[in-house]
Structures are given as C-alpha cells and as structure tokens.
Design a binder for this molecule. Sequence first.
Ligand SMILES: Nc1ncnc2c1ncn2[C@@H]1O[C@H](COP(=O)(O)OP(=O)(O)O)[C@@H](O)[C@H]1O
Ligand SMILES: N[C@@H](CCC(=O)OP(=O)(O)O)C(=O)O
Length: 371
Amino acid sequence: MRDKVTTARRWVIKIGSALLTADGRGLDRESMTVWVRQMVALRNSGVDVVLVSSGSIAAGMTRLGWKERPTSIHQLQAAAAVGQMDLVHAWEGSFEEHGFTTAQVLLTHDDLSDRKRYLNARSTLRSLLDLGVIPVINENDTVVTDEIRFGDNDTLGALVTNLVEADLLVILTDKDGLYTADPGRDPNAELIADAMADDPRLDAMAGGSAGALGRGGMQTKLRAARLAARSGASTVIVGGRIEQVINRLKAGEQVGTLLLPEKGMLAARKQWLAGHLQTRGRLLIDDGAVRALRSCSSLLPVGVKAVEGNFRRGEMVVCAALDGTEIARGLVNYGSQEASKILGQPSESIASILGYVDERELVHRDNMVLV
Ligand SMILES: Nc1ncnc2c1ncn2[C@@H]1O[C@H](COP(=O)(O)OP(=O)(O)O)[C@@H](O)[C@H]1O
Ligand SMILES: N[C@@H](CCC(=O)OP(=O)(O)O)C(=O)O
C-alpha cells in the first residue's frame, strides 16, 4: 500500500505549530534544517514539493515575549504578522544553503472559494513549481476574520493539495501518527498504520483535542485527509521528530498513518484526467500491451514500439495500437527523449540505459484512463 507514497510525484508537506516551535520555545531552526535537507533530497529525486508551514502566531508570541496565547483576534493577527517574518526568513535561509529558492504564498478562504482567484492561485503555484521554486504557504492571518478563517493549517494543506493536484499530503505533527485514542491520555492507544480515509470508525479515535500550540488536533487532520481524497490524493499523518521521516516515507517504510482515498475518488481523478488535459504525444504499443492496458495493467516500456511528439515527464500522452486506434490516455513517467531510449526494453534495463530509474512503468494504471 505504501506504493501510494513512493510513487507520488507531487507532495504537499504540512508542518504544524506544535512541531515547528519546539513546544513554544520559538522556532526550532535545527529541526527546520533537518526537514529542509530531506525536502531537498525529495526535490532532487524529481518530486515536486509544496510546503504548508504553520507557526507564525507561535513564533510571533515568542518574539513579542508573550507567554499565553491571546484570545483577541487582533492580537493573534498582530502576533502572526510578526512571526510570519521569522518563519519565512528561517525557511528561506535554510533552503538557500542548498541552492533552492523559496516563495511566500499567503492564502485566505476567499482566495480558494472564488473561482477566478482560485485559478489565479493555481497558475501561480504551478509556475513556481515549474521554476523549481519551493512555495511556502500559510494562511494570510492578518486579513482574515474569525468567521472565514481556516484556523488550522490541516484544512489549508488539503485545499492546497486539491489546488496543485498533488498525489500526497504529508502532515507532520508531534505524535507518531493517528492512534486509536489520544496517546497523551490513553497509554493503551495503538498507532494505525493504514486505513481508508472515509472509514467512519476513525472519527471516534481522532476525537481528542489539540495540543497547547496546535489548533486542530487529529480531527482536522482526518478531515483534511478526506478533503485531499476528493482529488484522489492519499494522506500520511506522521511524527515530524521521527528520524529521517521524509526520507523513510519516500523509501516506502511504514511510518505514520496512511489514509487512502476510496476507489470512487480515484475514478474522479481519472475523470479529470480524461477531460482536462491536453495530450502532448503518442506511444504506439504492441498487441500484448493493448491487451494488458484493457485488463487495467500499467504500460511498461517493453510493450512500446514507437514514441511520437515532444513531452516531459508528467504530461499527458495517448497510448495507441499500431494501427493508430487510441486505447488509453495517461500521465507519462518519462519524457519523450528518455522514453525513446527505453522503448521495447524490460523495466530491469531502465537503470543501465538511463543511469537512473524513476518508475518501472511508462504510464502507471492509476494515472491512466481507457478510451
Ligand atoms: N487519536 C489521536 N492520535 C494522536 N493524537 C491525537 C489523537 N487525538 C487527539 N490527539 C492530539 O492531537 C495533537 C496534534 O494536533 P495539533 O496539536 O493540532 O498539532 P499540529 O500543530 O501538528 O497541527 C496531538 O498532540 C494529540 O494530543
Ligand atoms: N496560521 C496560523 C495558525 C495555524 C495553526 O496553528 O495550525 P496547526 O499548527 O496546523 O494546528 C499560524 O501560522 O500560526
């Protein structure tokens, strides 16, 4: 099941206040550099990374010397305005050490509910990703009012996952994952490894309240997983202090709780795939591959006879039989130049031909619609 994590090409990583601010002692810059190192490795392996970072209010409180979280919205907004400076400064400095550029993106509910602004935000984020920039997103706390704020960044993380069509939402928090009960209160609570996001039994388990610094607790993380599932994305809720947590997730290790979208949701993604993307090229496939695709298998390079067009990894291509009949469309795992080199070859040879392996499939069945 962890292949949903290892094969995901676009990750939204949300880091909560409880983790980022070292339990209220200001920003935990040391941990931030550790996560940055891993996010850089992820990016270098070809995965797009979008960071949703909380912590502005908590960082601002420390800067202003406040011990207690204020209750007045204006004081919270003032703290957020102060702390956001610290926050982006710390992320920027840390990514810069690895030669990566960051961008601050502050969003409000209105930005995502108004179609024009939604599309605008989407284009900007896509452009940033195309430029190889790491977007660092938070809620625009200074302008939102209580009634319209997301409040917790779990929800924001999920909406950003939908917005950028990410395959995976990773919620880093202060507990190792979702437990059968709040582990702070129940010593017998057990970690859940995998579940369907829509499993109703999870509601009672996530019922406990948030920690002192976070806003949502597990309830909002579960809701976020369900929101992310709407666009076919999986969610991992995992402890941000687990050593090498991002690297281990990428390697397929079973850390944290994986919440999967239901099958119907995947169908929705496929519907979207079918209707909304321009195709950039064509793969001509042999009869064996036609049969494999029609029985819902992935397309392997071995079944491809010719590559037409100029496309990049992640773009939509047509898979057609040798007589030109269109069989399927899907998102391709290798650009046209690489695809031409590995066509007709067994997947085991990809590494020796290209010098690296992204995926053994040319088009994975999850990213393919039969025509
Ligand atoms: N079933 C559960 N499993 C794990 N943690 C839970 C559960 N129910 C409630 N919690 C609480 O949720 C907290 C994490 O949420 P929160 O404080 O909002 O963190 P963050 O700032 O990372 O969003 C945990 O510290 C824990 O006290
Ligand atoms: N946007 C605000 C609040 C977000 C917040 O605390 O969220 P979370 O840590 O995810 O529960 C901030 O940056 O402090």
